[in-house]
Write a protein that binds this ligand. Structure first.
Ligand code: DGT
Ligand code: CA
Ligand code: CA
Ligand code: ZN
Length: 607
């Protein structure tokens, strides 16, 4: 499996046109300001080393060891840049060879062994590994056997039929690779939600501390929790924009200032993320925030309403069309109210009927992060997580949860090496920990694999021992539509399955959604009282907003889960909540906002 870091890293590498260059740039900068955590930096480096080792035909155990260490470091709560050799080696999966490389990087800004591999393998070949459905091994074969050293050459070779003779590359593989190339190209200019959010929040913090800054927040697609972000829009209010503009364009790590105006500037960070800053007078705050939050189509509607009422709406305010007199502009509420509408939450501003519903005063009371009482899909280091059970539970308690489910992988995926004994031993530990935190109950569960025929791991007697079962598609993603539909329907009909995990199995920018008749699946979920997951991982966001809207029509329940593989990632739940909001869900729709007794009845209805 690939970790979150690798995804981020690969997208970034693709965008900035070369891993080596980006890291070389980076080695000379410090980590403060807009930069990813040092842990993510180091993890990206180890992941790259693993990929390059794999391309160069390195031993499989070594390839895996570096990959595992990358994930462990990415998910580790302590800052690696502050660790000495001994502390480093206490991180699970980090042995002497890996610790030495990390220390070398932290000391010198580079790793000689990695530089040697980079010299050996052309950058175009490294780009190939970022293509979904290809991966390092196949990339190596293509390079060695056919001399293919770039994405363009790959596409050409496929069209010329040159891959046909290579073992392991059938017509279906070719089609999948072309699809992967398409996905990569589409996602090159957009970033995942967490990358944008983390940098935006840091920047807003910094701008708020600049003298004269009266207000500052992010707007645009990020405020609407869109699934990927083209650029980050920051809005600030100040009497005098200059100091803010200077702080913005002079911050580290700006790769390029693409526009520097009096009221608007744009930069590109060394990560390749584009950020706009606009500074407005405080009196125009509401109108500007409404305008720059978008979406474009929502704004077209609000301007239309203004026009029909003899008004004019712009980023400067709402004006009388005839006299040009300012009507309102200070707050978003005033702007909406003057248009005859209540304030509309940003995730709903997509012109999907929100204006009409708002006008009738029937906007849903959408679910919020504070409504969430617990997380129902999480992993530990017993399978592919990196944090021990105790750390996951302690962090969950800090988040104020009323309940928390541990759902490690089931035996069907051999790489996780789950066994009956391990599951039962974990259950003992969960039962012992239950009650250790005031007010938080623990559920012992599992994430089952939905096999190609819809069957799941373990016989029913064994499954009945779990408090909760999530079931997900992890293999056979390319089944024909009818088979895939039958597979999901059968999983829903299994009385032991409570939640379908990441239901379409897509990875944003990397793997398309599975092909199934979603109407049929959602109808079955409603009938069998099986909840659909809204997986909060910013690489998944699955179900996505439009599928949620469809499922809701069938009366399905949902569970917003982090699918955290480390304690730090439990906080990622907010991206799932944002997605649920985009799907117009209320807390009534979401089972993990319910009190424990109601949740228990849903999971194990009295027979
Ligand atoms: P993105 O950046 O592609 O993820 O999506 P947005 O929605 O952040 O789009 P962006 O950054 O181009 O513009 C931010 C907001 O500013 C957008 O949602 C609505 C508003 N806006 C910008 N340009 C226009 C325009 O030409 N017409 C209208 N109606 N609104 C605009
Ligand atoms: Ca934007
Ligand atoms: Ca923009
Ligand atoms: Zn899963």
């Amino acid at each position: 499996m690939t970790g979150a870091t690798r995804d981020r890293f690969r997208t970034l590498a693709a965008r900035t046109g070369g891993i080596a260059q980006r890291l070389a740039d980076r080695a000379h900068r410090d980590y403060r300001g807009g930069m990813a955590r040092p842990n993510d930096e180091v993890a990206a480096l180890l992941q790259e080393y693993s990929d390059l080792l794999s391309i160069s035909g390195g031993a499989a155990y070594k390839v895996r060891a570096y990959e595992k260490a990358a994930r462990a470091i990415s998910g580790h709560p302590q800052d690696v840049s502050a660790m000495d050799a001994d502390t480093l080696r206490s991180v699970p999966g980090v042995g002497k060879a890996i610790a030495d490389k990390v220390l070398e990087y932290l000391r010198t800004g580079s790793v000689r062994a990695l530089d040697a591999l980079r010299d050996e393998i052309p950058s175009g070949v490294r780009d190939l590994t970022a293509i979904p459905n290809l991966g390092p091994r196949k990339a190596a074969t293509l390079y060695q056997d056919l001399g293919i050293a770039s994405t363009d050459e790959l596409v050409e070779a496929i069209h010329a039929g040159r891959l046909r003779d290579i073992p392991g590359f059938g017509a279906k593989t070719e089609e999948n690779i072309l699809h992967g190339v398409e996905l990569t190209r589409q996602s090159e200019e957009r970033v995942h939600l967490d990358t944008a959010m983390e940098q935006a929040e840091e920047l807003v913090e910094r701008l708020l501390s600049v003298d004269g800054c009266q207000r500052c927040t992010h707007a645009g697609s990020l405020r609407r929790f869109a699934e990927t972000i083209g650029d980050v829009d920051i809005l600030a209010a100040a009497g005098e924009p200059r100091p803010l503009m200077d702080a913005f364009t002079e911050q580290e790590p700006v790769a390029e200032v693409t526009a520097a105006g009096e009221k608007k500037s744009s930069i590109r960070t060394t990560d390749g993320l584009r950020i706009d800053l606009r500074v407005v007078p405080l009196s125009a705050w509401g109108a500007a925030l409404q305008y720059f939050t978008g979406s474009r189509t929502h704004n077209i509607r609000t301007r239309e309403i203004a026009g029909n009422a003899g008004l004019k709406l712009s980023e400067y305010g709402l004006f009388d069309a005839e006299t040009d007199q300012l009507v309102v502009s200070e707050t978003e509420e005033e702007v909406y109210n003057r248009l005859g509408l209540p304030w509309i939450p940003p995730p709903l501003r997509e012109d999907r009927g929100e204006i009409e519903v708002a006008r009738k005063r029937e906007l849903p009371d959408i679910v919020s992060e504070t409504d969430i009482r617990g997380d129902l899909h999480t992993h530990t280091d017993l399978t592919d997580g990196v944090s021990p059970l105790e750390d996951m539970v302690a962090t969950a308690a800090e988040r104020g949860y009323a309940y928390y489910a541990v759902t490690d992988h089931a035996p069907g995926l051999p790489m996780h090496r789950m066994t009956d004994e391990k599951a039962l031993a974990q259950r003992e530990r969960v039962r012992e920990l239950d009650g250790a935190y005031r007010g938080m109950r623990l559920l012992h569960g599992s994430e089952l694999n939905i096999g190609p025929d819809g069957a799941v791991d373990w016989p029913e007697e064994f499954l009945n021992g779990f408090d909760i079962c999530v079931a997900s598609v992890h293999t056979h993603f390319n089944q024909p539509r009818e088979e895939m539909t039958r597979r999901l329907v059968r999983a829903c009909e299994n009385p032991c399955v409570n939640i379908i995990g990441h239901p379409t199995a897509r990875l944003i920018g990397r793997r398309p959604a599975i092909d199934a008749d979603l109407d049929e699946v959602f109808r079955t979920c409603a009938r069998t009282r099986t909840a659909l997951e809204i997986n909060a991982s910013p690489h998944r966001l699955d179900l996505r907003d439009e599928d949620i809207l469809l499922a809701k029509k069938y009366g399905v329940r949902f569970a917003v889960n982090s699918d955290a593989h480390s304690a730090v990632h439990l906080a990622g739940l907010r991206y799932g909540v944002g997605t649920a909001q985009r799907g117009w869900l209320t807390s009534e729709d979401v089972i993990n906002t319910w009190p424990m007794h109601r949740l228990r009845r849903f999971l194990r209805p009295p027979s």
